[in-house]
Design a protein around this ligand. Structure first.
Ligand code: ZN
Length: 291
């Protein structure tokens, strides 16, 4: 049976903006690659002016479902789990107080219920690698913060027979990773490449927010040069959320490939021996049989 990596995401489109090139690479190499999408993305607005036309906003949940299906197909995801909780919506300066959100928003749901749902998926599909967001969510959206929290909890609970005994046979994944979209070294390299080439850098504000003394927590750098174009195609499949003329497409794929053809991850917990830095999420897990 193929080795399996599971990526847990908050909204439809997050799977394409975070770790998509790594997923495409793993899928092409023969690994099982699954995505869990926690929410329905119903709070998403139309962020691409070209899609702001009659009939789209009215059908948002359905449109986002179709966009996601296309993106998953482009990436080559083998299994998708859609939990469909209600998108909490983005709140500027969210500080963890759910009172500003709808009562049935994902962030306000009973945490145990969500962890149980994830544990059941992990136990029934047995991924060796579980990937989610870092502690700060990677982005201060209530659903991203909660995504981190419930995924980490599910990683630890899935192998524990005392937890959720009715949610399947216990299974402990071997590794837990946090995905990092804006690692300091990635941001610095891409920003410098923009300056050299006269491209207006979309990364200036990220660079300004970074503390130069903070150590880089990332342990694992996956080389994804051949899969960067797939990541962009997957992102463009989310046509209502992504403007092809927007700032994220200012840096051409060829430039990204030349200056930083990696995706970065932080190994947060491991039950296998591995040595740092890693070049694959399966370092220490690989057997002679390969994927
Ligand atoms: Zn999101």
């Amino acid at each position: 049976m193929a080795l399996h990596a599971m990526f847990v995401h908050a909204h439809p489109d997050d799977e394409s903006s975070k770790g998509a090139a790594t997923m495409a690479k793993l899928a092409d190499l023969g690994y099982r690659v699954s995505v869990v999408t926690l929410t329905d993305g119903s709070a998403g607005e139309i962020l691409n002016p070209k899609m702001d036309r009659p009939g789209v906003a009215e059908r948002m949940p359905e449109v986002r479902r179709q966009e996601l299906a296309r993106a998953l197909d482009v990436i080559g995801v083998t299994d998708h789990f859609w939990l469909g909780y209600r998108d909490s919506g983005f709140v500027e300066g969210f500080d963890g107080d759910g009172s500003v959100l709808a009562e049935d928003a994902f962030y306000n749901l009973d945490r145990e219920r969500v962890v149980r749902d994830l544990v059941e998926i992990v136990r029934s599909t047995r991924p060796q690698v579980l990937v989610t967001y870092p502690e700060d969510g990677g982005y201060p959206h209530p659903d991203h913060l909660r995504c981190h929290d419930v995924s980490r909890e599910a990683y630890h609970a899935a192998g524990d027979p005392a937890r959720y005994p009715d949610a399947g046979e216990p299974f402990a994944p071997s590794k837990l990773y946090y995905m990092s979209v804006f690692s300091r070294r990635r941001v610095e390299k891409l920003h410098a490449a923009c300056e050299e080439r006269g491209i207006e850098s979309p990364l200036q504000r990220f660079l300004e927010r970074m503390d130069p003394d903070e150590p880089d927590p990332n342990t694992t750098h996956v080389e994804v040069g051949d899969w960067i174009a797939r990541r962009s195609q997957a992102l463009l499949a989310h046509a209502t959320q992504v403007d092809p003329d927007g700032m994220w497409f200012r840096i051409p794929d060829e430039v990204v490939r030349e200056v930083y053809p990696y995706e970065d991850f932080q190994l947060a917990h491991s039950r296998v021996e591995t040595s740092m830095p890693e070049s694959s999420l399966f370092d220490g897990i690989e057997t002679a049989a390969g994927p």
